[in-house]
Each structure stands twice: as structure tokens, then as C-alpha cells.
Design a protein around this ligand. Sequence first.
Ligand SMILES: Cc1cc2nc3c(=O)[nH]c(=O)nc-3n(C[C@H](O)[C@H](O)[C@H](O)COP(=O)(O)OP(=O)(O)OC[C@H]3O[C@@H](n4cnc5c(N)ncnc54)[C@H](O)[C@@H]3O)c2cc1C
Length: 166
Amino acid sequence: MSPRVSHLDNEQCRQCTSFADYMKENKKRLVEEQDRRKGQGVCDAEGAVGSRRPDCPLDKDELGQKSWGLLHTIAAKYPKKPNDSDKQDIKTFFNVFAKLYPCSHCAEGLREDLKEHPIRTNNQDELSQWLCEIHNRVNLKIGKPAFDCSKVHERWRDGWKDGSCD
Ligand SMILES: Cc1cc2nc3c(=O)[nH]c(=O)nc-3n(C[C@H](O)[C@H](O)[C@H](O)COP(=O)(O)OP(=O)(O)OC[C@H]3O[C@@H](n4cnc5c(N)ncnc54)[C@H](O)[C@@H]3O)c2cc1C
């Protein structure tokens, strides 16, 4: 005899279908729900029902990716021969960024790092290397591979030497 479901909270159970039929029906409903939510572009956590549409609020990793993009690009555009005002501006920027970054434990980590490894503002190359090292310390902390900082200008300023960004 097939096992019976004991819940009485839906039509399936009330009809006393077999457990296998009940599970089959449940799966069907799950797929229908997924399709419905996909159609609506429901914003779910990764792996949950439905697909995540591209214009949802940023999660920690998306925020990180986009923020690193901004930071490395700012460093890539920093003057080769900065004046005092350029130097002051970039220092202020990183200090304020580390206060406002909207992932509190990330921001706290950055503030600590800035204390231990003060910003190097003498020229564009120096700033980019400094930032690459900061990023690598975060990579290390969260178990990601280190980036080769000798390639930081190819990645963020000039494009790869093989011409793949041209
Ligand atoms: C200031 C800051 C602090 C953060 N702190 C934390 C934290 O404490 N915990 C946490 O879980 N997440 C933190 N994050 C997020 C985390 O760093 C990643 O952004 C996130 O995990 C997504 O990683 P990703 O693999 O997509 O690549 P990302 O690390 O976001 O990198 C984006 C791209 O940058 C390039 N890149 C990688 N490393 C370097 C480097 N060293 N120099 C130059 N370019 C590089 C690569 O091409 C990579 O694809 C932080 C982000 C920021 C901006």
C-alpha cells in the first residue's frame, strides 16, 4: 500500500493521493511558480525560486565588483604628476569611501587596512599598485586568488597586451 500524506493543508492531501503523486504534483507547482516568477522577473536570493533580474538592488558581491571597477579606474586615471590638490583629493576620497561603503564589515576592514597601509599618492603607477595590494588583501581574506599586480595597468588602464580589448 502506498504511504499516505498526513497534512490536510491542501487539496492534494484531502484527496489522499499517494506520496509519490503528492510529490509529483508539488514539483509541478514549483515549476509553475518558477515560470510565473521568471515572467515577473522576481528578485530572489541566488538558488531560490525564480531568476534574478539584472536590475535588482546590489548584493555584497555585485557591489564589490562594481566598486572595485570604480576604484581601479579612478586610480588608472590619476595623474602621472599629481599636484598637492590631486593628492589631497584622492586621500579624502578613500577616507570618505571607507566610511560610507555600504557593507559595514567590508568598510571596517578597509579602514583598518588604510591605517596599516597608508595611501600612496605620488603618481598614477604608485596609486594603482597600492590599490592592487589592498584588493589582494581582501582577496586573501575571503579565499580568492591574488591578482598579479604587474598586470594592473593592462587590466584597468591600457587593455591586455594581446589586443583583446582593442
Ligand atoms: C573595499 C572593499 C572591501 C571588501 N571587503 C569584503 C569583505 O571583507 N568580505 C567580503 O566577502 N567581500 C568584500 N568585498 C567584496 C569582494 O572584494 C568582491 O568584490 C566580491 O567577493 C566579488 O568578487 P569577484 O570574484 O567578482 O571579483 P572582485 O574581487 O570584485 O574583482 C573584480 C575584478 O577585479 C580584478 N581584480 C581582482 N583582484 C585584483 C587586484 N588585486 N587588483 C586589481 N584588480 C583585481 C579582477 O579582474 C576581478 O574580476 C569588498 C569589496 C570592496 C570594494
